[in-house]
Design a protein. Structure first.
Length: 136
């Protein structure tokens, strides 16, 4: 699969959020949340459909494919971990943490996300790796 751009990941994340909140996803709701026209949503959905991430729309309903759901969940996980770190460890306001996490989530490595997850799961907010682990 070709690489998905930041805007595509944002659409997947919004679709996942709407699905969890409302059960049914319609392009008009995507447009409202993203702040774009329905025509822009239609174009974005066409690209996501070509990438195999959303199903063809039936009666205006937008459905993620299995690959789309997996990718959307990964983006949401990155977002949530980054937001938690920015807010709880660095002390950034919730609004700034949300905004910055939304920007950062598209460019961080899987390694960074795994480290953040371990750091936050530890509960101390500090690096738990020893010098020996770092030298390997």
């Amino acid at each position: 699969m070709r690489q998905i751009h930041e805007s595509g990941e944002n659409y997947l994340e919004v679709i996942l959020d709407i699905q969890h909140e409302l059960g049914v996803v319609r392009s008009v709701e995507i447009a409202r949340r993203v702040g774009v026209s329905r025509a822009s949503v239609s174009k974005a959905l066409s690209v996501l459909r070509d990438m195999g991430l959303v199903e063809p729309a039936y009666y205006g309903e937008v459905v993620l494919t299995e690959a789309g759901l997996e990718h959307a969940r990964a983006v949401r996980r990155r977002h949530d971990l980054l937001c938690q770190y920015l807010r709880d460890v660095l002390g950034v306001s919730p609004e700034v943490a949300e905004h910055d996490a939304c920007r950062i989530e598209h460019v961080v490595s899987d390694e960074l996300i795994e480290r953040l997850e371990a750091l936050l799961a530890d509960g101390t907010g500090t690096n738990t790796r020893t010098n020996e682990e770092e030298s390997q």
